[in-house]
Design a protein. Sequence first.
Length: 157
Amino acid sequence: MLDPKQDPEISTCLWFDDQAEPAARLYCSLFDDAEITNISYKGRDPAAGAFMVAFTLIGQKYWGLNGGPHCKLSPAASISVTVDTQAEVDRLWAALLSGGGVESRCGWLTDPFGLSWQIIPRALPRLLTADRSGRVMQAMMGMVKLDIAALEAAARG
């Protein structure tokens, strides 16, 4: 039972085969407000490698678990990042694909560690208003990485 004197905390646990620490280091390198907060080693021996890596990304708490090969990350769960500019879309897109990531469609990609991401321009919800949503949606469905200028052009008709 929860201690009534403490508020519960929610965090996301990401299961990796054995790449939790390099994944956390990549993810923390992408955002100004990000840090690794704890690394628990197998048998308390750093030479044995990390077992759990706690990190935060823009205030969100995550755990990376080196749990072995029996569970795999899938696109059924993804991290969605909303950004203001095309330069931010491009920067995150390139960094998350570097080293073996795979592009998908509509702003989705899978990074080299198997984690799925959505890189979404903040303009998208505004552009998907009722009177122009069909044109914007059609343009978006044909994209891999989202292109703000092309989405705005579709909204204008």
